[in-house]
Design a protein around this ligand. Structure first.
Ligand code: FES
Length: 147
């Protein structure tokens, strides 16, 4: 088994297992959503050592020793906690299915750049598909969260 850290806790995954499936089916961390499962929709976005990545494209052998953060652990990150509050204020999401992935992508950006430009925010969301809001409310929340 491959050892990694999940939201600050030790975790294991089979080397040939998909991280997304392991999170949802073995660990019970169902906040990370399954959409396309081919790296196109961003619903499954997690942070791997601080970088947003698609959990449907990560296999166990690729994350040995890595720190994986999912939506369940986002509140422990300073940028994530601010973003949660900002999205609440701006009603950032409608159906919410894309929300975990969007939150992880934006937290990854805001953790390394607390004051991104509007273009930077939009670029960070290029891999996240939302079919409800047209991104306006998501971007309002993201702008409120930046410094
Ligand atoms: Fe991973 Fe769509 S489920 S990108």
């Amino acid at each position: 088994m491959i050892r990694f850290t999940l939201n600050g806790q030790p975790a294991e995954i089979a080397p040939d297992a998909m991280l997304l499936a392991t999170l949802r089916e073995n660990i019970g961390a169902t906040g990370t959503k399954a959409g396309c499962e081919i790296g196109r929709c961003g619903a499954c976005t997690v942070l791997c050592d601080g970088a947003p990545m698609n959990a449907c494209l990560l296999m166990g052998w690729q994350i040995e020793g890595s720190e994986i953060t999912t939506i369940e652990g986002i509140g422990t990150l300073a940028a994530g906690a601010v973003l949660i509050r900002a999205m609440e204020i701006e009603n950032g999401f409608q159906c919410g299915y894309c929300a975990p992935g969007v939150m992880m992508s934006l937290t990854g950006l805001l953790s390394r750049d607390p004051a991104p430009s509007d273009a930077g925010l939009e670029e960070a969301l290029e891999g996240n598909i939302c079919r409800c809001t047209g991104y306006h409310s998501i971007l309002r929340g993201a702008r409120l969260a930046r410094k």
